[in-house]
Design a protein around this ligand. Structure first.
Ligand code: MSP
Length: 652
């Protein structure tokens, strides 16, 4: 019989900057869900990816001197980029979609045309208040204190000819969906959506779904100049990645509809427009949209700009490398209820590792395997004797899988973990109650001692199995230490007791979760968050004014820039210095800039230094840069000036 299928998705993240712990939170949660369903025997499709079009990316790329594609390639595929991060964090996604993938772009064009042909998309004119970072138009009444209701930033008036999606036509069906089914969860989010966007003054407004003010998007193929609104482009990723409107994949029927997990700030798009879009093209609606809460720091949402300020403390790379991927994954899902906001702090992280992992789980494992080694040379004897202390622990263990499953099915991941850790605590108490070290002193009590250790190993087996979706690597190591093979760590076996052979052999391995010295660690983290500043270069002595005045500093424009052959350091510039002839300058900055980034830039140069030959080429002057050191490493920034300043202007 074919396995039942399960499809889960994360939002596709904007690669406008490096991702932070908030993105990792959602991706890890979906990963645990995907692994849990695989453990149950489902044929799972887990999709994540990146949402790469839109004005914000276009602007960011421009500021970085790159094309939008070069810019997103760096963040997505580059070193320590999005894909590297998910590899490091042991994310088991089956597919990764980039909205710049050719098949997706072609699918979006077909989808747009389909909706145009069926009359759900029409051409009109848009005038309203626009929030650039959110890429959203707002009506005056939707603004909060005159600012964007989503992000609180300034909005500006904008007007453009545009295509509109007839969302109004679907208002009743969407209201019905939200109010009479479990489509949107947690339920607490339903009222806000219905009241603010459907039953508001004027009702559900048609949605502007094309833009003409920028070009970085999927072109509307039948109307050049228009690009598809980034949210229409993005939302359909969940089905184009399965082959909807393309030949790249062929498993839409197999996996769709799925479960879309998203942060609460984008529930609006997923619970109102997304179902309406699907109704328009005649596809089934998602089984569920789940709006999870935010990780916040001191009450404020972690943002990409904040991530840059305090890059170390909420950088998932730094945290994974410091504490281990599994400890970080576990902390995120154990500490915060999935549907609500949670206040992230380093103290919480370290305490969670120390209490749950080092103390409770880690100790249970190391004590059990150490005792099995010490008292029985690592292999338990077949002759075992049950005792009255066993009952409560075994009863708890026997019902654990179903209690865990009940929580996991509701996506209450924290509670699922809570169930497991209650059994772990009970098992630790069982050690105190049975006092194996006392039993060990009496040869006649060896069968009882063996049974106690066996029950502990069984507890570790069942708990380890159910923790595997959260900490896959460490639970593999646990399985090896307690002598459990794949079958013993299966979903079926997690419901049973006495699965390990009575004469099981254990291997005492490394300590899976070492304890962290809280005070020392916090001090080190504080240091990382506020790195010591490198000293600045000492100031030089006085120079006579007349000498200074002899220096001829000018504004120059880069006409051409290329690497000098056989030189790793040098770039060759052809510059407009305002004189009408082209000036050549060689500059040792190839380490800091790529030539194409600099073409067209307005720079500063000293132009009356004597000509100098380098690598057989003559350099007539020097470009001016700002140089400083960061953690002992030299950093260089060219002085880039306003393009409005004409070439040849004198700097004085
Ligand atoms: N590109 C859109 C989504 C399109 S889906 C069709 C987008 N991208 S995003 O880069 O801003 O990522 C948003 C998602 O990242 C949130 O919905 C949430 O899942 C996750 N998070 C980003 N910051 C977060 C926190 N501070 N806390 C928890 N999750 C966070 O919106």
């Amino acid at each position: 019989m074919a396995k039942p299928t399960f499809y889960v998705t994360t939002p596709i993240y904007y690669p406008s900057d490096k991702l932070h712990i908030g993105h990792a939170y959602c991706t890890v949660a979906c990963d645990a869900i995907a692994r849990y369903k695989r453990l149950q025997g489902y044929d799972v499709m887990y999709l994540t990816g990146t949402d790469e079009h839109g004005q914000k990316i276009e602007e960011k790329a421009k500021a970085a001197g790159l094309t939008p594609k070069e810019f997103v390639d760096r963040i997505v595929e580059g070193e320590r980029g999005v894909r590297d991060l998910w590899k490091l964090m042991n994310i088991s996604n089956d597919r990764f979609i980039r909205t710049t993938d050719d098949y997706h772009v072609a699918s979006i064009q077909r989808i747009f045309r389909k909706m145009y042909d069926n009359g759900d998309i029409y051409k009109g004119k848009y005038a309203g208040m626009y929030c650039t970072p959110c890429e959203s138009f707002w009506t005056e009444s939707q603004l909060v204190d005159g600012k964007c209701p989503d992000c609180g930033r300034e909005v500006k008036y904008a007007e453009e000819e545009a295509y509109f999606f007839r969302a109004s036509k679907y208002a009743d069906r969407v209201r019905e969906l939200l109010t009479t089914t479990d489509f949107l969860e947690p339920k607490s989010r339903v009222n806000e959506m219905v009241n603010n966007f459907i039953d508001c003054e004027g009702g559900l407004q048609d949605l502007c779904v094309s833009r003409t003010s920028f070009t970085w998007g999927v072109p509307v193929d039948f109307d050049p100049g228009h690009v598809v609104y980034v949210w229409l482009d993005a939302l359909f990723n969940y089905v184009t990645a399965l082959g909807y409107c393309n030949d790249k994949y062929d498993d839409l029927d197999r996996y769709w509809p799925g479960v879309n997990i998203v942060g609460k700030e984008i529930v609006r798009f997923h619970s109102i427009y997304w179902p309406a879009f699907l109704m328009s093209v005649g596809l089934p609606l998602p089984k569920k949209v789940y709006g999870h809460g935010w990780l916040v720091i001191d009450g404020g949402k972690i943002s990409k700009s904040k991530a840059n300020e305090s890059v170390n403390i909420i950088d998932p790379y730094v945290l994974s490398e410091r504490y281990g991927v599994d400890a970080l994954r576990f902390f995120l899902l154990r500490t915060f209820p999935f549907g609500s906001d949670g206040n992230f702090s380093n103290e919480l992280l370290i305490n969670c590792i120390n209490v749950d992992l080092a103390n409770d789980l880690g100790n249970l494992l190391s004590r059990t395997t150490a005792m099995a080694g010490k008292y029985f040379g690592g292999t338990l004897p077949e002759e075992q004797e049950a005792g009255p202390e066993d009952e409560e622990l075994r009863a708890m263990l026997a019902g654990l899988r179903s209690r865990y499953e009940e929580q996991m099915e509701k996506l209450q991941l924290q509670n699922g973990l809570g169930e497991v850790f209650r059994v772990i605590a009970r098992a630790n108490k069982y050690i105190d109650e049975t006092a194996p070290w006392v039993l060990a002193r009496d040869e006649s009590k060896k069968p009882r001692l063996a049974r106690v250790l066996y029950n502990l190993l069984e507890s570790l087996r069942v708990c380890g199995t159910l923790l595997r979706p959260f900490m896959p690597g460490s639970m593999d190591a646990l399985a090896a230490q307690i002598g459990a093979d794949e079958a013993a760590m299966s979903w079926e076996a997690a419901e049973k007791l006495d699965v390990l052979p009575a004469s099981v052999s254990v291997v005492k391995g490394e300590n899976l979760f070492p304890r962290i010295d809280v005070q020392k660690e916090l001090a080190e983290l504080a240091k990382l968050a506020a790195p010591e500043k490198d000293p600045i270069e000492p100031f030089k002595g006085h120079v006579p004014f007349d000498d200074f005045a002899k220096c001829d500093f000018r504004v120059v424009k880069v006409l051409k820039c290329e690497n000098v052959k056989k030189s790793e350091k040098l770039l060759r510039f052809e510059l407009d210095d305002g004189s009408g002839t082209v000036r050549q300058i060689l500059s040792g900055i190839a380490k800091y800039y790529r030539p194409e980034e600099l073409v067209g830039k307005t720079l500063a140069a000293i132009v009356n230094l004597p000509p100098r030959k380098m690598m057989g080429l003559e350099s007539n002057g020097m470009l001016i840069s700002a140089v400083h050191t960061e953690k002992g490493e030299e950093k260089l920034n060219l002085l880039i000036l306003d393009d409005a300043i004409p070439a040849g202007s004198v700097l004085c």
